[in-house]
Design a protein around this ligand. Sequence first.
Ligand SMILES: O=P(O)(O)OC[C@H]1O[C@H](O)[C@H](O)[C@@H](O)[C@@H]1O
Length: 551
Amino acid sequence: MSRPSWTPEWKALEDLAQQQGALHLKDLCLDRQRFDLFSWRSGALFLDLSKQRLTQETLPALFKLARAQKLEQAIQALLSGAPINTSEQRPALHTALRLPADAELWVEGENVNLAIQASLEKMAQLVERLHQGQWRGVTGHPITDVVNLGVGGSDLGPLMVTHALAEWRPEDIAPLHLHFASTMDGSQLAERLQLLNPETTLFIISSKSFSTIDTLTNAATAKHWLVQHLGQEALVLKQHFIGVSAKAEKMSAWGIDPQHQLTFWDWVGGRYSLWSCIGLPIALQIGMAGFRALLAGAHQMDQHLAQAPLESNLPVLLALAGIWNINFLGMSAQAILPYDGRLKYLPAYLSQLEMESNGKSTTQEGELVDYATCPILWGELGPNAQHAFYQLLHQGTEAVQCDFIAPIRRYEQIRDPQARHYFQGQHRLALANCLAQSRLLMLGDAAVPDQHTQRDAHLFYRGNQPSSTLLLDELTPSSLGQLLALYEHKVFVQASIWGINPFDQWGVELGKKIALSTEQALLGQTQMAFDPSTEGLLALCLSSDPLQGTH
Ligand SMILES: O=P(O)(O)OC[C@H]1O[C@H](O)[C@H](O)[C@@H](O)[C@@H]1O
């Protein structure tokens, strides 16, 4: 495939950007048709791109680029299980994880859905035992607390969804509290262990590779804590650990009972794995029925991706708006701004999904790109960010594209009418702020005509910051599944247009290797020469290391 930047379609978009670059959003939105022209619905999601700097010429030109880059064929290859992760010679089959139970997907002579459904079944059995209070620790007490030890994709997805859907916890299950510890320095684990009772605590060691040092170090500390309090190492291993990984032999070598191992496959990328048994904490939080509803929501979006024409295909539209901003309007930053506290961890999750997938600078053919790829993506709950970094969005020097995300309806399940009244009032306030902020970013101080009487420069809001608004009818397992699959596919569409592989992450590997030799130096076990900066810092750490000499 030719580089996108060498195609006539790219050149046409550059010309368009030259002609339209000076257009301000406040002028574009004089067109009363704009909202109808630039908004679409799929299932429970409503996407509004009318605050993007798009015109009726821009979108068709972007669709031409997408077709020139063979986007429709790429989507087909993704969904059919073709080996599109070329640097690791395998498919990226996260979409298979959410197929209906009776669907078939044949990859290399095997219906992969059989193994997927069997894995879900084993997961359901473990969930059932814990929900019924039948899983007991070595002293015979039922498990009440489950700690997920994992990092990256083995932490961020389950953490985010578990938090987002906490209200969907079934009422008729034994009390079960979920906790997450990821950081290698042990700070989260240390804080948790102080509050937990070893007799009633179970750990999930969640690691696709089962070789990630962060997770294995936390697991070793957790095992030591349990054995110190409970003795009986063999029983502790059996009764207090579940392993979730693509490497069964490594789980067995660590000591996890095969009955308590959940396995998945190399063709599930870490950051795409919450749909697999890596999602065990989610199923523990919302039950298997809730977990299956999440999968079904994602599948609905997969079908939309496969079937909707590019012109009304939500992931494609979201991706193309981003391509326009990044490659033709020169924006290199993107903010994720949910207006719902339940989506607190969504920005961190999307940071991994987008930046680890598309933070690449070589094409699938091994050539250096001569165009920008993934922007720097960060975010925070919108209402809190208004009191923190929105100043830069409004009056800083950076052009930033923003995604505003909110449910339309909330708190309907609160039975007490007075409490419902207060909470729904709070949600209304959040929605009002969401709509007001995107409007102000679009229009600048033209949003408030009186402001024009103020001529002081420091009061000037330039506006023209583009944003997408994503409204969910309400936040449910199904709508969250749709939202997350939307972003997964947006990332895939952008990667397809840029000609890069979104499913590997070689840039992370060297950092892991180099950390090992640095740790050897901190242990005083290497004569290896470092650069002067690192040597200076190592010497400082070594001179005050309380563990020195005890290793
Ligand atoms: O699940 P694991 O094998 O432990 O991997 C955990 C994480 O670490 C790696 O370094 C990758 O960058 C992530 O994509 C991955 O999700």
